[in-house]
Design a protein around this ligand. Structure first.
Ligand code: PA5
Length: 341
């Protein structure tokens, strides 16, 4: 049955990090320059690697990493910019457009893709292409799409320790897989328990910091695409300055909401207090509040541990709804309709 496809992808995620480490990505000397900024351009499952990179690099890089999810690049991108154009299919029109713009604006470009027009263009134009294994859904290829980005920045000396962090990520995910895979019964399987709680409710995922914010975004997107269900996300402390006020809504409006808080061991002390106060404010109004803790030492392992639990939970939610998690017909339809115009 078709649910097996996504199940197989999920099982294979930890090894994606090791596969990329073995590729021994080498950056040609022409890229060894003092960039003033890095722009990661992509959409959907290919863009989130940019968000992870931005958050990861923020902790150590002296230059900014910006994520672009549009046809146009920011005006500041120029000869001191390295554009990392990421598209799993290599055929996403916004990313191809941003790539063309990067050329016109004189930026250096590296493409990460499994093939398609983008890889062909970049090869023709003499840019580096990191060709990752194909045949998956973009969102299931997150290890393949993110790891090269980290290794590129590491080789350029913008960040350090990426190899060790990717190795730790593989280890943490493989330990986690032993706990949340489909062979483990619901009474011991956190991801299954989350799926049961999410069924017939609207999940609202709250990150406890900018670290877990990207994980909250990943959860939201995975619930949307795998379970074909609505989900929303926000982050502390920002949500304490707007979203929390919405919990005064009258009547039963909030009774369908399931709040899931993604927590990181490095959370700010004040945020911990904010979470407790916020839980008390919303407790009586929403269906349920749940928490999920990150595992591991490095930011990458902690991010991916949260993401992996969400990946499995969204898969189990699809199974609960009797839906095939893999196809994303609406995205395909939109792309096909736009291609006709
Ligand atoms: O998960 C998906 O299938 C989408 O979000 C795609 O990643 C998005 O449409 C962009 O396509 P690609 O990753 O091939 O550039």
């Amino acid at each position: 049955m078709t649910v097996e496809i996504m199940r197989k992808y999920l099982q294979g995620l930890p090894e994606q990090f090791g596969d990329i480490l073995q590729m021994k990505i080498k950056i040609p000397p022409k890229y060894r320059r003092d960039y003033h900024n890095i722009v990661v351009s992509g959409l959907g499952g290919s863009a989130i690697g940019g968000d992870i990179l931005r958050t990861y690099a923020t902790q150590q890089a002296s230059i900014p990493v910006v994520v672009n999810r549009d046809y146009d690049l920011p005006a500041f991108a120029g000869s001191q910019t390295l554009v990392l154009a990421v598209s799993y299919s290599g055929n996403t029109e916004e990313t191809i457009s941003a790539y063309q713009q990067a050329r016109w604006q004189g930026a250096d470009i590296i493409v990460v893709s499994s093939g398609g027009k983008l890889s062909a263009l970049a090869r023709e134009d003499g840019y580096m292409v990191v060709e990752v294994p194909g045949g998956l859904s973009p969102r299931a290829a997150t290890g393949y799409l993110f790891s090269p980005l980290a290794l590129i920045l590491d080789q350029l000396g913008i960040i350090s320790g990426a190899r060790a962090d990717l190795m730790e990520t593989q280890q943490v995910l493989s330990n986690l897989r032993a706990e949340i895979n489909p062979d483990i019964n619901a009474d011991r399987n956190l991801a299954r328990q989350l799926a049961v709680a999410m069924k017939n409710r609207i999940p609202v995922i709250w990150g406890s910091s900018s670290h877990s914010e990207v994980a909250a975004l990943r959860w939201k997107a995975q619930i949307n695409e795998n379970a074909k269900a609505p989900a929303y996300y926000n982050v502390f402390p920002e949500l304490n300055h707007n979203e929390i006020v919405g919990f005064e809504a009258p009547g039963d409006l909030l009774a369908q909401l399931l709040i899931i808080i993604l927590r990181d061991p490095g959370d700010h002390e004040r945020v911990k207090q904010r979470i407790e106060i916020s839980r008390a404010i919303i407790k009586e109004r929403v269906a349920q509040v749940m928490e999920v803790e990150a595992r591991g030492k490095s930011f990458l392992a902690r991010f991916y541990s949260l993401a992996y639990i969400g990946d499995y939970a969204s898969y189990y939610l699809a199974v609960e709804y009797g839906i095939n998690p893999t196809p994303v017909k609406v995205i395909d339809y939109l792309k096909a309709e736009l291609a006709k115009k």
